[in-house]
Design a protein around this ligand. Structure first.
Ligand code: UDP
Ligand code: MG
Length: 313
């Protein structure tokens, strides 16, 4: 059985040697599987591509793809899965936050007949505020969309061919893998592990980026915000209609009454704000459709060394 280890790397020169030796140590103890590395250099600006090239030169089971620029981790994972040809694919972060020591346990799950094994981390050591926002996101997402996401279940997964093909059959350009993995279903085994700090280097996710990612997730897998906009619109229309009747009756009975400047301004501001908010929600979905219909490639390869290719390294 062949296992492709897909490793997205973006400016990971500091941690790559640590990662490679830690991973090697684990997989050399599992001779019953044939492991291959498929590193995805996501347009790194440091020496990451050189390191990968060297690994490929030294080891016949190391392959890499270098993107023409930074396309993001989602694109890197998609490229990895697209080019993986093995029976299994494992997605691992380069920073050792996904401990390779879990690989034997994950393989065992596959032998038990599961299609996917997901490693779930706890949030020990994460910043409090980030944890709070993440938990709110997962709660909201699970309430408003069809896919069920589990807090701590990231991209650290081992999948069989059936699952890989299913994931690739979802051809959307803006990809939210957590949602896609859950959407495709199949038999999934969850194992948990203790959160670990990055071995070296720095995280590429700022708070703002994470927030954007969460919004992307919601608009990718739920149309609930659109329904909210429609609900708000209906609610205010009904309110306005009832109020109109009240006003007409009041005018007929007691005559015309002019005061109410402050309340009029307040209402105009409130409604103006709500209209813009709803437009913004519609805009988010429109932007998503715009991106999808253009059908731009998810990633572009600058250079690669892949199995069954005559590329010169
Ligand atoms: N990564 C990537 N492209 C990016 C950002 C990150 O390929 O644009 C990779 C990164 O090299 C690492 C993994 O995705 O292997 C997870 O990134 P990071 O550790 O920065 O995220 P965190 O663990 O803090 O969520
Ligand atoms: Mg990390």
């Amino acid at each position: 059985m062949k296992v492709d280890i897909i490793v997205p790397c973006y400016n990971e020169e500091q941690v790559l040697p640590l990662f490679f030796s830690a991973c090697e140590e684990v997989i050399r103890k599992i001779p019953s599987y044939e492991f291959r590395y498929l590193f995805i250099d996501d347009g790194s600006k440091d020496t990451t591509p050189l390191i990968l090239k060297n690994y490929a030169k030294q080891h016949p089971y190391v392959y890499y793809i270098s993107f023409s620029r930074n396309f993001g981790k989602e694109a890197a994972m998609y490229a990895g899965l697209t080019h993986a040809t093995g029976d299994y694919a494992l997605i691992l972060d380069a920073d050792l936050q996904h401990p390779p020591t879990l690989i034997p346990e994950m393989l065992k799950a596959m032998e038990e007949g599961y299609d996917c094994c997901t490693a779930i981390r706890n949030r020990a050591g994460d910043p409090k505020l980030r944890t709070w926002f993440s938990q709110r996101f997962y709660r909201l997402m699970n309430r408003i969309s069809d896919v069920k996401l589990k807090d701590g279940a990231g991209d650290f997964r081992l999948m069989n061919r059936k699952m890989i093909d299913a994931v690739l059959s979802l051809e959307e350009v803006s990809r939210f893998s957590k949602g896609i993995f859950s959407y495709v279903g199949f038999r999934n085994k969850e194992i948990s592990y203790e959160n670990v700090e990055r071995a070296a280097g720095t995280t590429k996710w700022s708070f703002f980026k994470l927030f954007r990612y969460a919004l992307d997730g919601i608009t990718s897998f739920s149309t609930f915000p659109l329904k909210c906009a429609a609900f708000l619109g209906s609610f205010f229309s009904l309110f306005a209609f009832v109020y109109l009747i009240v006003l007409v009756i009041k005018t007929l009975v007691t005559g015309i009454d002019v005061p109410g400047y402050a309340s009029t301004i307040a209402l105009i501001l409130l409604l103006g704000g709500l209209i813009l908010l709803c437009l913004g929600i519609v805009g988010e979905y429109l932007a998503k459709i715009y991106k999808e219909v253009k059908r731009r490639p998810v990633y572009l390869i600058g250079e690669s060394h892949l199995p069954n290719e005559n590329d010169v390294i």
